[in-house]
Design a protein around this ligand. Structure first.
Ligand SMILES: *Cc1c(COP(=O)(O)O)cnc(C)c1O
Length: 406
């Protein structure tokens, strides 16, 4: 949107508000019209076009009206929190081919509560012991591949569990002992690890050890919502506020009935556990359920085509500049959507990647792009854009490239 259009809209708001509720008032008796409260202006917050993706630091995704309506409706009545988890969990489990499911405070919390549940089972006394596993008879080791240990495994160790790092199938087998509680697999690192899903599951099942998978950002494709449940993982963790556009503070923990029940003992509404602070109320639980249901029902092929169209709009605008080269990149797992890498010849366009990122951020309207990894290039994604924003992104990037051309 152009600045003058914004100003035009702003100047229209009070007028519309003033006319709505009154019958032909004499001009001089009309109270100053009350403009609709704008929390962004009130707080002095920068809003921006999200051409980066579902980054937690950027508040990740926007909830569709359908989800907000469910949240609003949920906020108007009291219900028992456990009953909301029971009922929404049952629907979610059915949608995703799992025995049971619960809504958690993000994928991270799904990992913490799921791991805790594996360690404590249904015993409330054991629940109270976490995270102080030392000196107890509780199983305390979680097996993980070296290349899967990239930070998210801290959610596992939040429970007090220790990681046992392995690289080969032989090492994994040898690492299993009386203290082994669980095996943990990070889906997005499947290519970097020596052991793939099936073999990992085989080893886990052979020794009767529950296997958990973190697939936080791994829809699309939508089938991944049930793929790992079908494959036999005992616990599956995913973010609700990434591509599914549920509340940003939600995630799903899906899996075996007894393990989900145990995970729930480690979180609210009960206290005296490590998960009491990972609260999701009825609004988030119901909002997540509706977001999931709506995501599954979406026309995914049509959505993909729309993304390709938006990428083409940006691509066509910038590739007409001779010093610019572009490439469409689709990550195989995690944020599996088309993105566009835009590279420029630094002898013809005098701009570093940092300068470009800052010009887009500080320009009008503000635009965020993907972290600037390679020299003389930026990357944009389109799956978090609102309708029409691709045109703004295209023209702003082109504008900056031309302005820096020598
Ligand atoms: C985003 C992410 C998480 C954390 O998910 P939240 O929903 O933000 O709690 C965990 N693991 C991976 C691989 C992620 O990408």
């Amino acid at each position: 949107m152009k600045r003058r259009d914004v100003l035009k809209n702003i100047s229209l708001l009070p007028l519309a508000g003033g006319l709505a509720g009154t019958l032909v008032p004499a001009a001089k008796t009309v109270a100053a019209p009350i403009a609709k409260r704008d929390v962004f202006t009130e707080l002095g917050l920068r809003t921006f076009i999200n051409a980066a993706g579902t980054y937690t630091s950027m508040t990740a995704s926007l909830m569709p009206d359908e989800v907000m309506e469910a949240i609003n409706q949920a906020s108007k009545e009291y219900v028992m929190l456990d009953e909301v988890q029971d009922k929404a969990g049952a629907k979610i489990a059915e949608l995703c081919h799992a025995e049971a499911a619960m809504v958690t405070a993000g994928c991270w919390s799904a990992i913490v509560l799921g791991t805790a549940g594996v360690i404590t089972g249904a015993d409330p006394k054991k629940v109270g012991l976490l995270p102080n596993l030392e000196g107890t008879a509780l199983k305390s080791e979680v097996i993980i591949q070296k290349s899967h240990s990239v930070g998210y495994d801290h959610a596992v160790t939040n429970t007090g569990a220790k990681l046992v790092i392995v690289e080969t199938a032989e090492e994994a087998e040898r690492a299993i002992n009386d203290k082994t509680a669980m095996t943990w697999f990070l889906n997005k690192e499947v290519a970097s690890g020596k052991i793939k899903h099936e073999e990992w599951l085989q080893i886990s099942k052979k020794h009767n050890i529950p296997a958990m998978i973190d697939m936080a950002a791994d829809v699309p494709p939508v089938e991944n919502l049930w793929k790992y449940n079908d494959m036999g993982f005992d616990l599956v963790c995913i973010s609700g506020g990434k591509a599914m556009c549920g509340p940003q503070s939600t995630g799903l923990l899906m899996g075996k009935k007894d393990l989900i029940a145990a995970a729930r003992l480690n979180g609210p509404p009960g206290g005296g556990n490590i998960g009491r602070g990972m609260k999701v109320n009825k609004e988030e639980i119901i909002g997540m359920y509706v977001a999931l249901d709506s995501y599954i029902k979406r026309d995914h092929a049509k959505e993909w085509k729309m993304w390709e169209g938006k990428i083409a709009t940006i691509n066509n605008a910038v590739k007409s500049i001779t010093a610019v080269k572009t490439e469409i990149v689709i990550p195989p797992v995690a944020n599996h959507t088309p993105s566009l890498e835009i590279r420029w010849d630094n002898s013809k366009i005098k701009l570093t990647k940092e300068e470009m990122g800052l010009k887009l951020r500080n320009g009008y309207p503000s635009i965020e792009t993907v972290s600037w990894e390679k020299d003389n290039s930026i990357r944009v994604t389109v799956f978090m854009l609102k309708p029409g924003q691709e045109k703004v992104v295209a023209s702003r990037i082109k504008e900056e490239l031309l302005a820096a051309s020598v």
